[in-house]
Design a protein around this ligand. Structure first.
Ligand code: ZN
Length: 253
């Protein structure tokens, strides 16, 4: 049996450029996730959050009106929780540029969208036969837009993976040379844990919209995660913390 590959994060080709644009946009991206802990930085690891208060201009490079309307409606579910605005613009110039990508979902993460001025930064499969799934995928991809990584790659993730079964589910043998590419891809997308410096610190959240669905057959003890269809409370709290409102409004008495 072969499963469809899930969402792919489009990683920046140039990690130093990724770092530079992230820090220029929001200096807090330099600091890492674990306050108070001193560490030596071996590689450039950073977060990708936008400057709070900013307006993100979002353009569609393709897609019909139904697709655009459904995308906007789902993406806007994030807005009540963050100090950012989405401006869905006509034409093809935007900070975020969405293209119709049948059968796949992918996105750059946060400020990495600034690395290129043209071309898509997000691909969305236009399949809307199941509106709740389409909306969930859009919210997931916009989570990447806001700077979130994949929750199942959380540094403290506790999924009891069965590597052999995961490979088999995608048609790959655990040892065969010809399956090396698929194993590498599955390792990258499912099994690899993120460095704690790449993520804002919060507890692992199996209910996160940023979590892949995990089939029971891929784990050892019946562990599974059904596709999460709505933003979790921790998703909302996480983004509210990343995009705070200024703390200046004094309470009128
Ligand atoms: Zn994703």
């Amino acid at each position: 049996m072969n499963n469809a590959l899930p969402c792919q994060i489009k990683v920046a080709d140039d990690i130093n450029a990724s770092y530079e644009v992230a820090i220029a946009e929001n200096p807090a991206n330099r600091g890492a996730s674990t306050p108070g802990r001193r560490r030596k930085r071996a590689a450039v690891k950073h977060t990708h959050f936008w400057a709070p208060g900013r307006t993100l201009r979002i353009a569609f490079l393709s897609g019909d009106q139904v697709f655009k309307d459904a995308t906007k409606a789902a993406a806007n579910n994030w807005l009540p929780h963050i100090n950012l605005k989405f401006d869905f613009v006509d034409g093809e110039e935007g900070d975020i540029r969405i293209i119709v990508a049948p059968g796949t979902y992918w996105s750059t993460v946060g400020t990495d969208a600034l690395l290129h001025e043209e071309g898509p930064t997000m691909g969305l499969s236009p399949d809307m036969r199941m509106p709740a799934f389409f909306a969930a995928n859009v919210m997931h991809e916009f989570g990447h837009v806001l700077g979130a990584q994949h929750e199942h790659q959380h540094p403290e993730m506790t999924i009891p993976w069965n590597r052999r079964k995961l490979y088999e589910a995608f048609g790959a043998d655990e040892h065969a040379d010809e399956d090396h590419y698929m194993r590498t891809m599955l390792d990258e997308r499912y099994l690899k844990r993120l460095d704690a410096n790449e993520v804002r610190h919060s507890a692992y959240d199996p209910k996160s919209i940023m979590h892949y669905a995990i089939h029971e057959e891929w784990t050892d003890d019946g562990f599974k995660i059904d596709l999460n269809l709505v933003l979790s409370e921790k998703d909302k709290a996480f983004m509210a913390e990343a995009y705070p409102y200024p703390d200046v409004q004094s309470e009128p008495i």
